[in-house]
Design a protein around this ligand. Structure first.
Ligand SMILES: *Cc1c(COP(=O)(O)O)cnc(C)c1O
Length: 458
């Protein structure tokens, strides 16, 4: 197969600030061994997140200039509205400032005590908004999704048997919605199959429960369907996306992912009555119905981005470049989640650093080592993020100790990714010399953002 090249050329560049290993050692110490506390300027390759970090196209920047900032009835809103209607088939489109603002609105209306929201895996802001309303979130990921090292084509699928069973147990009347997250962000960016979505639709229809899609990475998911699911190789990604949305009653989306925007989100749905209630809340929290929490220029950039993301040359490059990094790591024997997700590569830190006890945060130790070795910023998704303490004050570890390398869209070139692979492989070769960390200071909630740590002396 010929090499797949970046399907763009670079018009505007942003310099990277270089640091030495010595400088990075001192930066790490000052940041309390927490990558969230490092200044972005001191990061060489930033793989902390793919959210809001995309490079916008020249068309999007031109759209920024043409954004219509009228309070009501902005031309940019109609461009945004028509683009989303065209892709989702949903007639009611509500702009919000981020995905979580869309979540806040819909769950404030449909949530509450005694209600259950069922999903393949709820993203953390989604779960937080559900729980904040007093309701409960239930994840029913398929069995393949629970085994990191075992490859399968659709590890993001929901377990449909468990879904039917849970509906029976909790009562359909207490379930305001089933939510399918595509791709499954918290489950390694793994895709959901069209067949799975169809089956969930049937179960929802039989029980009179609305189905919503958390659509942040809908185009990446649609491309995986084209590549991996029978009967879809001849369809366009847009046709696949339309089919996928046709099974849903509504969706929420963060435009900071597949819309290549630096901010934004939306809610879309078929139900007129529900849309009216959402708009009432929108007006008191986000803004008027034709701009939500956004400027006209943001609406314009999102509308253009949503068209660009359906370009199959882009998606081929996107999915291939994530897989390119994964394959290099697999060849070198680095333990990773397989196959590659759409937006990120995940290293299994428990297998990478088996000599570091879980209570000394092997994932965070690896995050620090990647920064020190090569100035690469990644994020721990393990016991620092999800660990709890038992009554005796001992750590109850997370299910997995992962380090996520999220790839910003259209930002880094192949040589940047080669450098990332080299750095990881170098750290892997000296993994036995890495030690653990202990927490010095932490907050009771979301401690990973602010915790201060120090190395455990060996
Ligand atoms: C990012 C994300 C959200 C939340 O969107 P924000 O724009 O960050 O508020 C919700 N669901 C998934 C799957 C996401 O990846």
């Amino acid at each position: 197969m010929p090499v797949i090249i970046e399907p763009f050329r670079i018009k505007s560049v942003e310099p990277i600030h270089f640091t030495t290993k010595e400088e990075r050692r001192s930066i790490l110490q000052k940041a309390g061994y927490n990558a969230f506390r490092i200044h972005a300027r001191d990061v060489l390759i930033d793989l902390l997140t793919d959210s809001g970090t995309s490079a916008m196209s020249s068309d999007q920047w031109a759209g920024i200039m043409q954004g219509d900032e009228s309070y009501a009835g902005s031309e940019s809103f109609f461009h945004f509205n028509d683009t989303i209607k065209d892709i989702t088939g949903m007639p009611y489109v509500i702009p919000t400032h981020q995905g979580r603002a869309a979540e806040k609105i819909i769950f404030s209306i449909l949530g509450g005590k005694g209600k259950y929201f069922i999903s393949n895996t709820l993203f953390d802001t989604t779960r937080a908004n559900i729980e904040f309303s007093g309701a409960e979130g239930i994840d029913l990921l398929c069995e393949e999704g629970k085994h990191p090292a075992v490859p399968a084509p659709f590890k993001g699928n929901i377990d449909t048997e468990a879904l039917a069973q849970t509906i029976k147990e909790k009562g359909a009347a207490n379930i305001p919605m089933v939510i399918i997250t595509i791709t499954n962000n918290s489950g390694g960016g793994q895709p959901v199959s069209m067949q799975n979505i169809k089956q969930v639709r049937e179960i929802c229809s039989a029980n009179n429960i609305p189905l919503f899609i958390d659509a942040c990475r809908f185009a990446e998911n649609a491309y995986f369907i084209k590549l991996r699911e029978e009967g879809y190789s001849d369809k366009t990604v847009k046709e696949i996306a339309r089919e996928l949305f046709s099974y849903a009653d509504g969706c929420t989306m963060s435009a900071k992912k597949d819309a290549f925007a630096n901010i934004g989100g939306f809610l879309a749905m078929h139900d007129k009555e529900l849309a009216m209630r959402c708009r009432n809340l929108l007006i008191i929290t986000e803004g008027f119905t034709t701009y939500g929490g956004l400027a006209g220029r943001d609406l314009e950039a999102i509308a253009i981005g949503l068209k660009e993301v359906l370009d199959e040359n882009y998606l081929q490059y996107r999915i291939r470049s994530t897989d390119y990094l994964l394959q290099k790591l697999i060849t070198a024997g680095v333990p990773v989640i397989q196959p590659a997700g759409g937006h990120a590569v995940y290293i299994d830190a428990k297998a990478f650093l088996p000599h570091i006890p879980l209570a000394q945060y092997p994932g965070q130790s690896l995050v620090c080592a990647l920064y020190e070795e090569g100035g690469i910023r990644s994020v721990e998704i393990g016991s620092l993020m999800f660990g709890k303490y038992d009554a005796a004050g001992n750590l109850v570890p997370a299910m997995m100790e992962l380090v996520r390398l999220a790839i910003p869209r259209r930002v880094y070139t192949q040589s940047h990714i080669d450098y990332v692979a080299e750095t990881i492989i170098e750290v892997f070769s000296k993994r036995n010399s890495l030690g653990g960390l202990r927490i010095l200071e932490e907050t009771p909630l979301l401690r990973h953002f602010t915790a201060i740590l120090e190395p455990v002396s060996i």
